[in-house]
Design a protein around this ligand. Structure first.
Ligand SMILES: Cc1cc2nc3c(=O)[nH]c(=O)nc-3n(C[C@H](O)[C@H](O)[C@H](O)COP(=O)(O)OP(=O)(O)OC[C@H]3O[C@@H](n4cnc5c(N)ncnc54)[C@H](O)[C@@H]3O)c2cc1C
Length: 488
């Protein structure tokens, strides 16, 4: 790739990146979208894997309101939820979904044409729209990719971002392995960090690159310690890396969790039972695994009528493991799923670094607090993607930089599996101050983290994972220590 220029440069082709890109192209901007090449056939975005749906208030439903959605979000995320940001983002939800539908996305609807809504953990009522039963993300990705292809002002290219380009204090472009792309506005929409852990629901490329890039450029990176572990990732003995998710919507339709001895996992744990917020269910599942000594618990979905039709994605994954959800219990355990914190942005997606924006899972807007409410992330990415497009419109017109410098993240890195095992052991569902201190010492040990030039794409991903792990371990330790002080 020779050097390119666009009004908006987007790193990431999931829901956040493509929403911003398509909206910016519609507003008359030139846009270049960069994404990581992925192994043939495997989606490279979390977006494509999303199952349950998009949480959005139905403005015609007298029982629901933005206030109720805000209340549920605050109840799940706790005091770290920024209520002003949350209200602002959730209130824009219906219009953002309408925009996505106008670009061609098709959601499941009843005979009257009204969208079908289901319920997930932490939601007080059914407000989750979905597509293809449990294939919402695939439909969102399909529609956005098609919309992007239809816009001549938008170019999407495989290109792994390895550094930000800056002139003075302003970010002015992105360096990829194949060349430089300059832009008036740079949006990081690089997704999550699931591969910090031994098993995750995230696609292979979820290695925290955007966080490492933004932190190196001086952006504020916060609340990394709040990793959401989804309570029901499919368990297969010995498997690691990306693992299939069993959507929470399966519990929304009546499935329940039982331990290896047949006891209800959520009995007496939380008033919302199997539909309690995810952190509560993940801890209860971990307790049950410890109590029984089994490597998993079980999801009983046998009572859901025609489960294969309602949940085709889940059914296919379970069948691949040699089981049938209509007749067998599904073995599940918690898996790294979603990063609640990230690169701090304002309500327009702007980071503290001029010219640099972040949206989607890489960003921390204040919506998720310590625990994201189910299906709020696709909505946040849509709303914030649209807002970044607006902001980019106002930033067009900077001259092409004459003397841009590259700001690359640190290259020091641990071996991938050793890092994942250490993070899983010390920074997983259960954390202690001693364990986190041990993790911090390990991550500071030059025998564990080697400082050598990053020569390959894999090296750069390992370096990003290591940089994020160091920040996450430090923030988690500070949090555990401050909570211990409060309790004492
Ligand atoms: C299995 C699963 C189910 C989920 N279900 C739901 C759900 O039902 N509802 C919901 O709201 N949320 C759900 N989530 C969460 C939600 O899907 C994600 O948070 C959301 O899709 C993230 O979108 P994004 O655009 O931020 O990132 P992604 O969709 O992950 O896209 C990231 C993009 O960044 C690119 N990228 C990364 N690093 C680089 C780099 N260095 N250079 C260039 N490109 C780079 C990748 O190639 C990719 O194109 C689910 C997540 C998973 C994994």
């Amino acid at each position: 790739m020779t050097a390119r220029r666009a009004d908006l440069v987007v790193v990431g082709a999931g829901v956040a990146g493509l929403t911003a890109a398509v909206a910016a192209a519609d507003a008359g901007l030139t846009v270049t979208v960069l994404y990581k090449p992925s192994p043939a056939g495997a989606p490279s975005t979390s977006t494509a894997y999303a199952q349950g749906g998009i949480a959005v208030v139905d403005p015609t439903d007298p029982d629901d309101s933005v206030d109720r959605h805000v209340a549920d979000t605050v109840a799940a995320g706790g005091p770290l939820v920024d209520v002003v940001a949350t209200r602002s983002i959730l209130a824009d939800g219906p219009a953002a979904v309408d925009r996505l539908i106008s670009w061609g996305a098709v959601f499941d609807a009843g005979a009257s044409g009204a969208l079908t809504r289901t319920r997930e953990g932490g939601h007080g009522l059914s407000r989750i729209i979905h597509a293809g039963g449990d294939a919402t993300g695939a439909e969102v990705q399909r529609a956005l990719t098609a919309a992007a292809r239809d816009r001549p002002a938008l170019t999407a290219l495989p290109g792994r971002a390895v550094a930000l380009l800056a002139e003075g204090d302003r970010v002015a472009g992105v360096r990829t392995e194949a060349g430089d792309v300059f832009g008036d506005t740079v949006l990081l929409a690089t997704g999550g960090t699931g591969h910090l852990f031994a098993s995750t629901t995230n696609p292979l490329g979820a290695t925290g690159d955007g966080i490492a890039l933004a932190a190196a450029a001086g952006a504020d990176v916060r609340e990394l310690e709040y990793v959401q572990f989804h309570p029901t990732m499919l368990y297969t003995a010995g498997a690691r890396g990306r693992r299939p998710l069993i959507s929470e919507a399966v519990r929304g339709e009546g499935a329940s969790l039982v331990d290896a001895e047949g006891n209800a996992v959520m009995a007496g744990v939380h008033p919302q039972g199997d539909l309690a917020p995810r952190d509560v269910v993940a801890r209860a599942v971990t307790d049950a695994m410890e109590r029984t000594g089994a490597p998993c618990v079980y999801l009983d979905a046998r009572g859901i009528a025609d489960v294969a039709r309602r949940f085709p994605t889940v059914t296919a994954a379970v069948r691949e493991a040699g089981l049938d959800p209509q007749t067998d219990l599904i073995p599940v355990l918690p898996g790294a799923h979603y990063l609640c914190g990230g690169v701090v942005t304002d309500l327009h997606g702007a980071t503290a670094v001029p010219g640099l924006y972040a949206a989607g899972e890489v960003a921390r807007t204040g919506l998720h607090g310590a625990n994201r409410l189910a299906s709020n992330s696709l909505l946040e990415a849509l709303v914030m993607g649209l807002r970044v497009a607006d902001a980019a419109k106002g930033a067009v017109g900077h001259p092409v930089p004459s003397g841009a410098r590259a700001i690359a993240p640190p290259e020091a890195r641990a071996g991938r599996e050793a890092l994942q095992d250490a993070m899983t052991r010390f920074c997983g569902v259960r954390r202690t101050a001693d364990g986190l201190a041990e993790l911090g010492a390990l991550l500071a040990d030059p025998a564990f983290v080697r400082d050598a030039p990053a020569l390959s794409s894999r090296d750069r991903e390992d370096a990003a994972l290591t940089a994020v792990a160091r920040a996450m371990a430090a923030q988690a330790l500070a949090r555990v220590e401050s909570e211990t002080e409060v309790v004492a």
